[in-house]
Design a protein around this ligand. Structure first.
Ligand SMILES: *Cc1c(COP(=O)(O)O)cnc(C)c1O
Length: 296
């Protein structure tokens, strides 16, 4: 645990500048914080989300750490590696039928114990009955909520911007559970606006949830860039990812960051976002999931 913490204390994220021609002869520019480059295995925002939960698990003397996710979960992938380095056993509860893919092969090779749970039961995962059953099966295990959320997850994400939050007028990130967004909101001065690109189709509940986690109103959710739902892709999205990588050298992931980046450029093009302001997009990683792109 100590040496991963030290790694993250000693490395600060690279900030790249992106220039993009929104129409012929009209260039705009903004910065990208490359959390995707921060650590070779623990992708993007996930370290920030799990670090205090891992610490808490160890402090409480848990025998293992258990969490939930899909078969391509960036969260479980990061947790498996962090557990491997910290010498704490990890258990991953995977939604859906038994499958095999590179994400799960990695998780397994880092010692994660993997269990598949069918979707109907999985949907009840936050319900007491299901959690109770899990607790009975793994009584010594420390539970991390799906996606690494919760108060300790938010606390970790408050460290993403260190001291750079006041260099920008607008800061963007993509939103799954909203944990990362909540951490960013808490850590910036009030005059900075934090934008969340929601990647779920029915993400309207997030507005109230995030309200409960933060005490200021300098933030905004965007619901128009989910491309028909979580992890859904379209030819236009894939084409955009390829074009973005070709022109900027930055690889995006199809679930989160491609949709965020598409949204930022769309807001600028449609003049809903003033590109003369200082804009920062957080690249939250997720590239390990791209290894499945050939098979979808
Ligand atoms: C998990 C993840 C997110 C979403 O983070 P939340 O805190 O759940 O909103 C965004 N981007 C990437 C690449 C992720 O893996």
């Amino acid at each position: 645990m100590k040496h991963i913490s030290t790694f993250f204390e000693e490395h600060s994220p690279v900030i790249d500048n992106v220039q993009w021609e929104i129409e012929k002869g009209v260039m705009v520019e903004f910065d990208v914080m490359r959390l995707d480059l921060l650590h070779p295995q623990i992708s993007g925002n996930k370290w920030y989300k799990i670090k205090y939960q891992l610490q808490d698990a160890m402090k409480k003397g848990a025998q293992s750490v258990l969490s939930f996710g899909g078969a391509y979960s960036n969260h479980l992938h990061a947790l498996a590696y962090a557990g491997f380095l910290s010498g704490i056993k990890t258990i991953g509860i995977i939604r859906g039928e038994q499958v095999q893919n590179q994400t799960l092969v990695d998780c397994h090779s880092w010692g994660m114990e993997i269990h598949f749970v069918d979707r109907k039961r999985y949907r009840k995962k936050t319900e007491d009955g299901f959690l109770h059953a899990i607790h009975q099966m793994f009584p010594e295990s420390y539970l991390i909520p799906e996606g690494g959320g919760g108060e300790l997850g938010i606390k970790g994400c408050q460290e993403i911007l260190f001291n750079i939050g006041n260099n920008y007028n607008h800061i963007f990130c993509s939103v799954g559970t909203g944990t990362t967004l909540a951490g960013l909101i808490r850590s910036v001065p009030r005059e900075v606006i934090v934008h969340g690109m929601v990647v779920l189709k029915n993400g309207s509940y997030l507005q109230d949830e995030i309200c409960n986690w933060v005490s200021t109103d300098n933030w905004q959710l965007h619901h128009n860039y989910h491309f028909n739902g979580f992890a859904k892709i379209s030819p236009a999205l894939i084409q955009f990812m390829q074009e973005f990588q070709m022109k900027t050298g930055i690889e995006l992931d199809r679930v989160y960051t491609a949709k965020m980046m598409f949204g930022i450029l769309d807001l600028i093009t449609s003049k809903k976002l003033d590109s003369t302001k200082r804009i920062l997009a957080i690249h939250t990683g997720g590239l390990q999931g791209n290894r499945s792109l050939q098979t979808v």
